[in-house]
Design a protein around this ligand. Sequence first.
Ligand code: DGP
Ligand code: NA
Ligand code: NA
Length: 210
Amino acid sequence: SRKKSTMGRGSLIVFEGCDRAGKSTQCVKLVEALENSGTPAKLWRFPDRGTAIGGIISQYLEKKCELEDHAVHLLFSANRWEAVPKMKEHLLQGTTLIVDRYAFSGVAFTAAKQGFGLDWCRQPDIGLPKPDLILYLTLTPEEAAKRGGFGGERYENTPFQEKVAKNFEHLKENNWRVIDAGKDMESLHEEIQEITRAVIKDSKDKDIEK
Ligand code: DGP
Ligand code: NA
Ligand code: NA
């Protein structure tokens, strides 16, 4: 049902950052920790490669097809929009969503391509549910290099990732927390839990903003 939970709504918590910062690992650990302490939480990720649109995106990332850059930007955005009804349903039922990448990746990655400005890139995602918190995981190029090589997907190369990191710096707002992802996994997890639990408590009686 769409009935509002008496516990209040869940929070929309987004992880952002370059590839190899450890977002996916931290997302999984956070969902586990929240669930274990009785806070309903669900792991979410973008792109969601499991939908029809996500299937095209996945092929593009795996370099199995070529797509025009504007067109693929709109597909990534459409992949977020198609998830909104389900996301809202979970949030209103009191489930906190831990999201591995969101519209900020959309802007930062496309704007790293030749001929794309931040402003144009922002437009298609305007109106998406606004996150209560963005955990931005940063890593110095040296630390990133120590973590070993990239996979073979599109965008997974150092010069491109450096441009992406610069773009993220322009997107930061009040609801962002910059986290040093160079720490060990457990300390990082503790820090993230502390910040997240405070935000969940604080946002449960607020409306979901756009
Ligand atoms: P991941 O499955 O988290 O490794 O993400 C796949 C890749 O796609 C990763 O390099 C980041 C990139 N990406 C995520 N969202 C978007 C988006 O909206 N637009 C573009 N151009 N790239 C994105
Ligand atoms: Na990747
Ligand atoms: Na990831």
